[in-house]
Write a protein that binds this ligand. Structure first.
Ligand SMILES: Cc1cc2nc3c(=O)[nH]c(=O)nc-3n(C[C@H](O)[C@H](O)[C@H](O)COP(=O)(O)OP(=O)(O)OC[C@H]3O[C@@H](n4cnc5c(N)ncnc54)[C@H](O)[C@@H]3O)c2cc1C
Ligand SMILES: *[C@@H]1O[C@H](CO)[C@@H](O)[C@H](O)[C@H]1NC(C)=O
Ligand SMILES: *[C@@H]1O[C@H](CO)[C@@H](O)[C@H](O)[C@H]1NC(C)=O
Ligand SMILES: *[C@@H]1O[C@H](CO)[C@@H](O)[C@H](O)[C@H]1NC(C)=O
Length: 390
């Protein structure tokens, strides 16, 4: 019997989970997984990784993807390092630009879109310095991370744009790194929030706690000021002027934007996207075309139009997508559905000694944040995420 071809685009939380799930349960599946980087990046720990180069070893946060699939039949799985460049839903093909060699076109019976999102700091388009909060578009994560660590270690005036969880975590890590290197007073760290409090999505007592911890670590906290412009004088590309709403200006030798995520959708046909560029899915994680046609395409994770773009939500979506995909192929199993709910679950370390957040409506004690996430940024979970067991 000819194998059932399942092409998975994106090798991170969502795509890895679905690939494993199908391989485990569908005997005649042939899964092709496409991802530009040959390693999975534990980006959850990115704020600490870039600020403290020796906190973790690269092999803890960059894990080879192919090795995690070694236990399946060799002809059931192919890892294709590269980038999907086009999807043809009528012909049921995906065009791929492999990292090496000529472009090729793959036929699929089922397609999974798990291409996630990126941040502007990752590609460095704004300031010329990439701070890799997510996987890049190339197989260059180790070099990007090293370069970012070097830039950060050499910076004297760091401005962080945005005071959501990434901005706050990063500020806490940077402040500790400065303190440990004996540079207190010689390096300034400023975090700029457009809203009147940091972590505006959390309860106000969490915001107040985070602000206090940051200020205790000598981070300057600027609130109610949006960054409107970031520019460099033509004659000196190592210094930046960060202009704030209302006219204030900050000088910086490193500006790190931490707000907003953008969809990795350049290869996805417009009829599968909403107006903001996210892939439209129903509760069963099936991709919905604007023309109403039923497609053998599933999507999961940050790329979908579900608004909670968090790794554990990506995995929840992947569980639903995988179950429904398998049910469609082998028949029988019940249809699962995803509902992101409205409760906020967020744990935000501010350095290694404490932090804040919101869990089941409560603001956790600082020492609990340290125990849950602050000590290790869940780094030991990278292996199970890669194995599709998270
Ligand atoms: C700094 C930072 C800290 C975070 N911390 C937390 C946290 O503590 N807890 C939490 O729950 N969430 C956290 N998140 C959010 C979390 O990272 C995302 O929700 C999660 O990564 C989404 O997983 P995903 O599989 O949907 O997509 P992604 O992780 O975005 O991965 C998508 C993958 O697809 C690949 N890809 C993209 N385009 C193509 C293409 N054309 N062809 C082939 N491959 C492609 C990408 O290279 C990437 O490997 C954090 C995010 C950031 C930026
Ligand atoms: C970064 O992203 C922007 C916007 O998507 C794009 O125009 C630019 O070419 C990218 N830069 C790099 C270095 O990839
Ligand atoms: C993700 O999207 C960003 C912004 O559009 C782009 O710079 C980057 O190359 C994309 N990555 C992939 C893997 O397509
Ligand atoms: C995503 O888009 C689909 C199709 O337009 C819609 O039915 C669904 O409700 C949207 N999901 C969310 C969470 O808004």
């Amino acid at each position: 019997m000819a194998p059932i071809n399942i092409v998975v685009i994106g090798g991170s939380f969502a795509g890895l989970h679905i690939a494993h799930s199908v391989l485990r349960d569908v005997p005649d599946a042939k899964v092709t997984l496409i991802n530009p980087s040959t390693s999975f990046f534990w980006n959850i720990a990115a704020p600490r990784i870039v600020a403290k180069p020796t906190a973790f070893r690269p092999e803890q946060y960059l894990l080879p993807i192919k090795d995690a699939f070694a236990s399946y039949r060799a002809d059931a799985f192919e890892f294709l390092p590269g980038t999907a460049t086009a999807i043809e839903t009528t012909a049921k093909t995906v065009t791929v630009k492999p990292n090496e060699g000529e472009a090729k076109t793959l036929s699929y019976d089922y397609l999974v879109i798990a291409s996630g999102s990126t941040t502007s700091a990752t590609n460095g388009s704004l300031t010329g310095t990439s701070i890799p909060f997510k996987q890049s578009n190339h197989n260059d994560m180790e070099q990007l991370i090293e370069a970012a660590q070097g830039h950060i270690a050499g910076a004297k005036e760091i401005v962080i744009g945005g005071a959501g969880p990434i901005g706050v975590e990063l500020a806490g890590e940077l402040a500790e790194a400065v303190e440990r290197s004996g540079n207190t007073g010689k390096v300034s760290i400023t975090i700029v929030s457009a809203t009147e409090r940091v972590l505006p999505m959390l309860k106000s007592s969490a915001s107040a706690a985070a602000r206090k911890m940051l200020e205790h670590k000598n981070v300057k906290v600027v609130t109610s000021k949006r960054v409107v412009r970031v520019e460099t004088p033509a004659d000196d590309s190592s210094s930046w002027t960060v202009s704030l709403e209302g006219g204030d200006k900050l000088s910086a030798d490193l500006y790190i934007p931490t707000t907003g995520v953008t969809p990795n959708n350049s290869f996805i046909p417009a009829h599968l996207l909403d107006k903001d560029g996210w892939v439209t899915v129903n509760k069963e994680m099936r991709v919905q075309s604007t023309d109403g046609s039923a497609l053998p395409i599933f999507a999961a994770g940050d790329i979908t139009n579900n608004s909670m773009r968090l790794s554990f939500k990506a995995v929840e979506q992947a569980q639903v997508a995988a179950a429904n995909l398998k049910a469609e192929i082998v028949g029988g199993a019940s249809i699962k559905s995803y509902n992101q709910g409205d409760s906020i679950m967020m744990v935000v370390p501010v350095g290694e000694t404490g932090g804040t957040g919101q869990v089941f409506g409560f603001v956790p004690f600082s020492f609990m944040v340290k125990i849950i996430k602050g000590k290790h940024y869940f780094i030991d979970k990278a292996v199970s995420a890669l194995a599709g067991k998270a």
